[in-house]
Write a protein that binds this ligand. Structure first.
Ligand code: F6R
Length: 247
């Protein structure tokens, strides 16, 4: 794992955006695996800016997103489809049909998950997968204890994740309890992985993920087994790793 330490969130965002832009410049029709949440917002903002300035074009790029809440329509204010439209897709030259987000209203969620894996494989697989990480070490909606061998599947959110995501909803009761999510297997199939982490509140989980044992109790620890992972994090997020950092 390559670790890039940045002084703050803004520089972390620029570094991450630069890696994504470089991927698109090297292979214009690449498949980008994308994430939602607070962490990637700054990187998406940089990509929008560089796209407007003509530095990078997404005209040929394809995208697949990590996850979506089960039961939320694409237009719902808190759906991940809407998040992607508002934070990235509506502001860059990507072709709408080339952006893929799981359908939270699928009549048969298991069939939706299987079709999503088949679709991703048909695109040629993910060239670069962007990830954030939860306070409990989750990646996508793969919670502590989940099986590393799963492809895209239906998940039940942990109480901690419901609490963390509550800030986006009017009340805790409104946070969906289930989601559709790429599994660890789907993520590990990506050729390259870029994980971005910001803030001291994630330092402990990040230290466990990077230099603790590989265990499904810390889902992000599986990344130690992937041959091409770059962690871009701010100094606060890396603070618990100091001295004992495993490169
Ligand atoms: C988002 C996702 C989640 C987030 C994680 C961190 O698509 O899959 O795993 O990356 O919950 O969220 P933030 O960035 O809001 O702290």
């Amino acid at each position: 794992m390559r670790i890039i330490e940045c002084p703050d969130y803004a520089s972390m965002s620029r570094r991450a955006a630069a890696m994504i832009a470089a991927q698109v410049l090297l292979k214009p029709d690449c498949v980008l695996g994308l994430a939602t949440g607070s962490t990637p917002v700054g990187a998406y903002r940089e990509l929008v800016k560089w796209n407007r300035e003509g530095l990078v074009s997404f005209k040929e790029a394809r995208s697949v997103n990590l996850d979506e809440y089960l039961g939320l329509a694409p237009e719902h204010e808190q759906s991940y489809r809407r998040f992607m439209q508002e934070n990235l897709f509506d502001h860059i030259d990507i072709v709408p049909e080339n952006t893929h987000v799981l359908n939270g209203l699928a009549a048969d969620p298991d069939a939706e998950c299987a079709a999503y894996d088949a679709m991703t494989a048909a695109l040629g697989g993910i060239d670069l997968q962007l990830l954030g990480m939860g306070h409990n070490g989750h990646i996508a909606f793969n919670e502590p204890g989940d099986d590393f061998g799963l492809g895209t599947h239906v998940v039940t959110l942990s109480e901690r994740t419901i609490d963390a995501n509550r800030r986006f909803f009017a009340s805790r009761d409104e946070v969906p309890r289930r989601a559709l999510s790429m599994g660890i297997r789907s993520i590990m199939l990506a050729r390259r992985i870029l994980i971005i982490v910001s803030g001291e509140d994630k330092a402990e989980a990040l230290a466990k993920a990077v230099s603790g044992p590989v265990t499904n109790e810390v889902p992000a620890s599986v990344l130690q087994l992937h041959p091409d992972v770059t962690l871009v994090a701010d100094s606060a997020a890396l603070s618990a790793l100091k001295g004992g950092r495993a490169e």
